[in-house]
Design a protein around this ligand. Structure first.
Ligand SMILES: O=C(O)C(=O)[C@H](O)CO
Ligand SMILES: [Mg+2]
Length: 276
């Protein structure tokens, strides 16, 4: 049975961010993920986790910026990662170091490194050498910190120009870097929008051991995974059949109230036993 983590950036947005931990715990979650922690001191977040018996299982490295203030506001300013951006070495490295410091305090075993928006005139192949070199460096830092780094294909409808959109591109990078510290974050919502054939992709990629985290949402509206073109009960069975023991992040925008929309989860009441 899959183990679910609440995504506090998309869920519980009816509450201020720091109140979302308690709400998720009240609803039975034992794990959380969110996009960015940088607007809050790490100790403040660790205290929320402790107070509510929650594990932090994933967050993102900063999407841009070289100071914590700039990292905290970069997303709203349109930044979507620096991995593929030439001339952004300082931001890439500072961002990763900052993320690893938060991961240490939050005891979080995974950090998602966002790819960035390809600059006009650049191609995926054209930035391959730069990206591979940066991931080599980042994987070494992650190894020293005891953390896994994740890269995630994201659909170009939600994020036009995003550097990494397909599962095969992400797996090719992971193979090229060849570090056990670099894995793929497989978001089934994006996967369905970009390429489809989701169950077969799970069957193909999970046995490689290179998928470090899974996320879900209904398609096409990114609401609860109980309607739309993906039939999640079937996909959850596929995860079980494949022996997936990691977390499944609920990265969706509730249609009308987070707790009210959790009916789909009742069949999967045990949410605390995944291996982090
Ligand atoms: O958008 C997603 O699916 C993500 O997981 C990223 O972390 C943020 O865009
Ligand atoms: Mg995602």
């Amino acid at each position: 049975m899959p183990q679910f983590a609440a995504n506090l950036s998309l869920m519980y947005t009816e509450l201020p961010f720091l109140e979302r931990f308690a709400a998720a715990a009240r609803d039975g979650f034992r794990a959380v993920e969110y996009l960015f922690p940088y607007a809050h001191a790490p100790a403040q977040l660790a205290q929320q986790l402790r107070a509510h018996g929650l594990q932090q299982v994933l967050f993102n490295a900063p999407p841009g910026g070289t100071t914590r203030d700039a990292m905290a506001t970069a997303w709203d300013a349109g930044a979507r990662g620096t991995l593929c951006l030439a001339g952004q070495d300082a931001a890439f490295r500072a961002g990763l170091q900052q993320a690893l410091e938060y991961a240490s305090v939050l005891q979080c075993p995974r950090v998602h490194v966002m790819g960035g928006l390809l600059p006009a005139g650049q191609s995926h192949a054209g930035v391959q050498a730069l990206v591979t070199e940066r991931l080599h460096w980042a994987a070494q830092q992650a190894q020293d910190a005891g953390v896994a780094l994740l890269i995630e294909p994201i659909n170009g409808r939600d994020m036009p120009g995003y550097y990494l959109q397909r599962q095969d591109q992400a797996h090719a990078l992971v193979q090229a870097v060849d570090s056990p510290r670099l894995q793929v974050q497989m978001d089934l919502y994006h996967c369905q929008i970009v390429e489809g054939d989701v169950a077969m992709k799970l069957r193909h990629y999970l046995p490689t051991g290179r998928v470090g985290h899974i996320q879900i949402a209904g398609v096409p509206d990114r609401h609860e995974p109980d309607s739309g073109e993906l039939h999640y009960p079937y996909l959850f069975d596929v995860l079980d059949q494949l022996g997936y023991t990691g977390w499944v992040g609920c990265e969706y925008r509730p249609r009308a109230g987070t707790s009210q929309g959790l009916g789909w989860l009742q069949a999967y009441a045990r949410m605390d036993a995944a291996e982090i």
